[in-house]
Design a protein around this ligand. Structure first.
Ligand SMILES: Nc1ncnc2c1ncn2[C@@H]1O[C@H](COP(=O)(O)OP(=O)(O)O)[C@@H](O)[C@H]1O
Ligand SMILES: [Mg+2]
Length: 229
């Protein structure tokens, strides 16, 4: 099993968009995929509720839903046997111990970053937290950055590339700013399920991300019981 955590301190950078599209890409490739929603805003679960039963199945888990008393109800969070790929969508603003708890459940951490000065600055701090507080470098977790909603190759974008290079972190892909993601979100589908010729460019942008994830898929001997506690 491979478990991918999509996380950044900031809201609105594309965590849910990437998590849902990733789950969808896996499901379309024939993997048994699960989407775990840790965010009480429940955007990933809402997306899944819009998804037609005729589409490749994605198992959704509303992890944010806790029974009275605050304990995790394990029956709610059990994954179907044979689950091969898990993506975790989490809320913004996760720091400290909570960050550590999330990264412990993951084999791969994907950090979406918007190419604006404020976002790049916030993301840089977040990545430093990941490396220092969550100590992901000292574990088997791989970290990659996804530049989201990119337009032209702007100067600020080059600054992000330099920052990542200095930390030896890969910029796994860039996803352009397009209404295709908005339309897909409204229909409970992913970019990989859009046959409109305009989505072709977007599918291409996912290839390097999917390849990068595949490179690490064999190393992750995920323990499902660690996903929800
Ligand atoms: N590449 C993109 N192009 C256009 N719109 C996008 C893109 N990525 C995200 N969005 C839109 O930006 C908004 C915030 O994205 P979302 O994935 O919900 O962020 P987060 O989960 O980090 O808060 C949503 O309305 C989403 O449809
Ligand atoms: Mg979200």
């Amino acid at each position: 099993m491979q478990r991918v955590l999509v996380i950044n301190a900031k809201g609105g950078c594309g965590k849910t968009t990437i998590a849902t599209n990733l789950a969808c890409a896996w499901a379309c490739s024939g993997y048994r995929a699960a989407l775990l929603d840790y965010d009480p805003q429940a955007s990933a679960m809402r997306w899944l509720s819009l998804r037609s039963d005729e589409r490749p199945a994605i198992h959704g888990v509303a992890v944010y839903r806790r029974p009275a008393g605050g304990q995790t109800s394990t029956w709610l969070h059990r994954l179907p046997p044979g689950t091969e790929r898990v993506v975790m969508d989490v809320p913004a603003g996760v720091t400290g111990t909570r960050l550590l708890e999330y990264t412990r459940r993951a084999d791969v951490v994907l950090v979406p970053v918007l190419p604006s000065p404020i976002d790049i600055h916030a993301a840089s701090r977040f990545i430093q937290d990941l490396l220092l507080e969550a100590k992901v470098r000292q574990t088997r977790v791989r970290v990659g950055v996804v530049a989201n909603r990119t337009r032209e190759n702007t100067r600020i974008f080059q600054a992000l590339q330099r920052f990542l290079a200095s930390l030896e972190l890969p910029l796994v892909t860039q996803l352009r700013d397009t209404q295709n993601y908005v339309h897909a979100a409204e229909r409970g589908i992913g970019i990989h399920e859009m046959w409109d010729s305009r989505a072709g460019r977007d599918k291409c942008q996912w290839v390097s991300l999917m390849d990068w994830l595949e490179q690490s898929s064999d190393s992750g001997h995920g323990d499902a019981s660690r996903l929800t506690g």
